[in-house]
Design a protein around this ligand. Structure first.
Ligand SMILES: C[S@@+](CC[C@H](N)C(=O)[O-])C[C@H]1O[C@@H](n2cnc3c(N)ncnc32)[C@H](O)[C@@H]1O
Length: 307
């Protein structure tokens, strides 16, 4: 009786790395390890520690199917259905942008800002909650990560978080992530053009902290993005002719939306530090705009407030 040869993790990894290298992946080994790990239901470290482990036919078939999709450019995060962000596993699929590591800087600044505003001592009863909005929430990564960390720091009860997007698909995914991380009751999701309520309408509540990672890629730079980005919603990336078009519309709404002593923290592209300061000067004369840098020293977040 002829026997079906047993495939090992090491042989499948070699095959995957070669295939993805040929296809032009910049990280063929990492991609193959993650995909094989998911196919066999084990972490990367387990895969690497057991090179001679046999892999079942179903797992090998699933792995090879994922290699084909990855070789065609589909992001590993969509194939796996998750992306690690701020220490959390955020579910991702084609409904929303895959959260980027750069955006963790925005969450870090938001966490510090909220904790600072809440103060060290206990809050007297009757003190209104701090109002935070995540504009263009996508997968919900920023709002969910912030809510999760505030819960760990026992501060979530003192904060109201709203998360908006103009995409119903993205909002659906964001809600799923909030449920998955047990913060759904702490975040109100709303379909809106930037901010809840019609622009400038009386009675639209003020926010103490406005967070946003809105699209900021220049329209003419879109075709030059890595092929993986073509699998993501284009309205999550395309920042219009100058890249800052959507952000500029948000700047124009800050006077009505930001509390008197509030702050807006807006993610920008690494080459947009000077442009955002200039744009703030034109749109919000008399306001202050400081550019926060990331660990690599690159401009990453604009910190905007009155005066
Ligand atoms: C760059 S993605 C960021 C998603 C998420 N905040 C993150 O950091 O991963 C931008 C998001 O803004 C949303 N968006 C674009 N224009 C918008 C608008 N005018 N109002 C509300 N959301 C908008 C897009 O649908 C997309 O989900």
């Amino acid at each position: 009786m002829s026997q079906v040869p047993v495939e090992t993790t090491a042989a499948l990894l070699r095959e995957g790395v070669e295939r993805l290298r040929e296809a032009g992946s910049e990280t063929p080994r990492l991609d193959a390890e993650l995909l094989l790990g998911d196919a066999v239901g084990a972490g990367r470290t387990v895969i690497l520690a057991h090179p001679d482990a046999p892999v079942g036919a179903d797992a090998a078939a699933r792995y090879r199917a994922d290699l084909v999709r990855r070789a065609a450019g589909e992001p590993v995060a969509y194939l796996r259905g998750l992306k690690e962000f701020y220490g959390l596993a955020i579910s991702v699929d084609r409904r929303a942008l895959i959260p980027r590591p750069e955006t963790e800087r925005l969450v870090e600044l938001a966490e510090t800002e909220v904790m600072h505003r809440l103060g060290a001592g206990s809050r007297p009863s009757g003190t209104p909650p701090l109002r935070v909005v995540d504009v263009g929430t996508g997968s919900g990564a920023i709002a969910v990560a912030l809510a999760t960390v505030l819960r760990q720091r026992r501060a979530l009860a003192f904060v109201e978080i709203v998360a908006t997007d103009q995409s119903d698909d993205a909002l659906g995914l964001a809600r799923e992530n909030a449920v998955g991380h047990a913060v759904a009751d702490a975040i109100r999701f709303e379909r809106a053009d930037l901010l809840p309520g019609p622009a400038g309408a009386a009675g639209v509540p003020s926010f103490d902290v406005i967070l946003a990672n809105l699209p900021y890629v220049r329209h003419d730079a879109m075709p030059g993005l890595p092929v993986a980005a073509s699998f993501e919603p284009q309205m999550a990336l395309d920042g219009g002719v100058e890249g800052l078009d959507v952000i500029t519309r948000l700047l124009a709404r800050l006077p009505a939306a930001l509390a008197e002593a509030g702050v807006a923290l807006l993610e920008i592209g690494a080459d947009q530090g000077e442009a955002i300061v200039e744009r703030c000067g034109e749109t919000l004369p008399g306001w202050s705009c400081l550019v926060e840098r990331d660990l690599a020293g690159l401009p990453r977040v604009a910190r905007i407030r009155r005066g």
